[in-house]
Design a protein around this ligand. Structure first.
Ligand code: FAD
Length: 291
């Protein structure tokens, strides 16, 4: 059911768009094309991810610097502390500041062996995301976002550990949390309720993942501990060789999720774009976000 709310124009809504740093010239062309199409929506920021183990360090810096210098859209740089010393991480933070980037998405990152594997901090490194947030705060006045997990992080022993950890990140100075992808809005609302009960007042912005390719997104979800509900898998079942129907189903699924959140009072959204603009543009329009 699409939102029936009378105001079709919602200038009060805040959106942010997540991109990844492109590897090839062709991917880079798509990156800029998508960014230029989404820029007129005046996002709070567009963020650029930091590859596993810091593998895209230079590319992330290059992209956020160019966005800041050339597009007029505020850029946020992701940053992880896995496998790096404090000095190395602090140097990246200072590099962002020098490039005029004052928004950071601060993350722990995952060990090279994979998401589910135990995390061992670098002996001279930040211990976790909360420790990293405190470190960034010492360097400068950044707007800091951190990660939250409506279905619990795979390494959290229980819900108390999960919520305590988010509270530590906010108390260390983060401005908001952005959630991992989720497909059952009930998971998001239960998470928000738990966080509010624990005294977390910062915004918890839902991360919306449009399903450009069910196979790809199901793979991502499996690796990061987000579940694919059976009804969702069934909607895409058999559409592998039918891209047109797949795209229509993807649009309907994401529209249903986002408009339901809107109708329940959500006013801030983060979209995982995978460097594509089409589905996200349509969703923004349905929410009432216009150029
Ligand atoms: P943390 O908040 O440090 O916590 C991770 C886990 O460790 C939690 O289960 C927590 O309970 C536990 N924990 C933490 N501290 C303690 C403690 N003191 N004692 C006991 N347990 C503790 N990854 C990338 O590599 N690059 C990116 O650009 C990137 N962007 C992301 C953006 C978003 C919005 C999200 C949701 C995730 C992103 N990730 C990214 C993935 C992220 O790095 C992983 O999910 C990682 O496993 C956890 O990072 P974190 O910042 O949530 O870690």
């Amino acid at each position: 059911r699409l939102s029936r709310q009378p105001e079709v124009n919602r200038p009060d809504l805040e959106v942010s768009f997540e991109f990844f740093p492109p590897k090839t010239d062709m991917m880079e062309a798509r990156f800029w094309e998508s960014l230029n199409k989404l820029a007129p929506l005046k996002p709070r920021f567009v963020s650029v991810t930091y590859g596993a183990g810091g593998s895209t360090r230079e590319r992330t810096l290059r992209m956020v610097s160019r966005i800041t210098a050339e597009s007029g859209v505020p850029a946020a740089a992701h940053l992880t502390c896995v496998g790096a010393t404090r000095d190395e991480v602090d140097e990246v933070v200072r590099g962002y500041a020098e490039a005029g980037v004052n928004r950071i998405v601060a993350l722990r990152g995952d060990p090279p062996e994979g998401v589910g594997q135990p995390f061992t901090p670098h002996p001279d490194g930040y211990k976790n995301a909360a420790d990293l947030v405190a470190g960034i705060r010492k360097i400068g006045d950044f707007d800091i976002s951190v990660a939250a997990y409506p279905e619990k992080h795979p390494q959290s022993v229980d819900w108390d550990a999960e919520i305590d950890n988010l509270k530590r990140k906010i108390d260390a100075g983060a401005n908001r949390a952005i959630t991992q992808m989720f497909f059952e809005n009930g998971d998001y609302w239960r998470f928000v309720e738990r966080a509010r009960k624990a005294g977390i007042e910062a915004p918890i912005v839902p991360g919306i993942q449009p399903i450009h390719s069910f196979k790809q997104i199901a793979g991502f979800a499996g690796r990061c501990g987000a579940s694919i509900p059976r009804w969702l898998a069934e909607r895409f079942d058999g559409l592998e060789d039918d891209p047109e129907t797949h795209a229509l189903v993807a649009a309907a699924v994401a529209a249903e999720q986002a408009t339901e959140l809107l109708d329940s009072g959500v006013t801030e959204f983060h979209f995982y774009t995978l460097n594509r603009s089409n589905l996200v543009l349509a969703l923004a329009r349905l929410l009432g976000i216009r150029p």
